[in-house]
Design a protein around this ligand. Structure first.
Ligand SMILES: Nc1ncnc2c1ncn2[C@@H]1O[C@H](COP(=O)(O)OP(=O)(O)O)[C@@H](O)[C@H]1O
Ligand SMILES: [Mg+2]
Length: 184
């Protein structure tokens, strides 16, 4: 909305660097202030979002052994799929190869970043495994094996934390392997 645009413009002018952003909205005569670690302008590029949204820090932490989650939340059409993967029309036109372009989102950029970090550390003994599943209406579907006859249940163990059992697991040696999983 106009109000949101004005508020975002205000924040951008006051604090051009990521961190400690707040947005003020006037709604039915009341002012509401929302605080965020980072707020992006409408025109922010996919690479700006990737560099500043914190996902790089999460990847770093994941390599140090923490469980990390990147979660996209918002109403339909708000841009979750675009931001996480790529513009939908791009995938339709170019298939996954479109994911190599400027417009590719957080997930393919993260794949590349994971292997860049592993390489730059000269990492030994790391193995990267991928699973790909969907939870919709409380039902879990293994997107790498949608017709799986095994039930999928969310479990927890003291050694693995939370996980979904009976998922198809693929070992990945490169960002391209991971990209293949996404395309499955
Ligand atoms: N950052 C953006 N820049 C340009 N267009 C965008 C952006 N984010 C979303 N869109 C467009 O808005 C529409 C809805 O985005 P989409 O990612 O499908 O929303 P969601 O997954 O949240 O339902 C799509 O046509 C998409 O291309
Ligand atoms: Mg979507």
């Amino acid at each position: 909305s106009e109000a949101a645009r004005a508020a975002v413009a205000q924040v951008a002018a006051a604090d051009p660097l990521p961190g400690n952003a707040s947005l003020a909205f006037n709604w039915q005569g009341m002012q509401r202030v929302f605080n965020f670690d980072v707020v992006f302008e409408e025109a922010a590029s996919q690479s700006e979002v990737f560099d500043n949204c914190g996902v790089k820090d999460l990847i770093q932490l994941a390599l140090e052994g923490y469980n990390c989650t990147c979660f996209a939340y918002g109403q339909t059409n708000s841009g979750k799929t675009y931001t996480m993967t790529d513009p939908p029309d791009e995938t339709q036109q170019h298939g996954v190869s479109g994911l190599a372009g400027q417009s590719r989102g957080l997930v393919p950029r993260s794949f590349t970043h994971i292997f860049d970090l592993l390489r730059s550390r000269g990492a030994q003994g790391f193995k990267v495994y991928a699973t790909y599943f969907e939870i919709y209406n409380e039902q879990i579907t293994d997107l790498l094996n949608p017709r799986s006859i095994y039930p999928h249940t969310i479990r927890w163990s003291s050694t693995s934390g939370f996980y979904v059992d009976n998922l198809f697991v693929i070992e990945c040696d490169s960002a391209d392997d991971l990209m293949g999983v996404l395309a499955a």
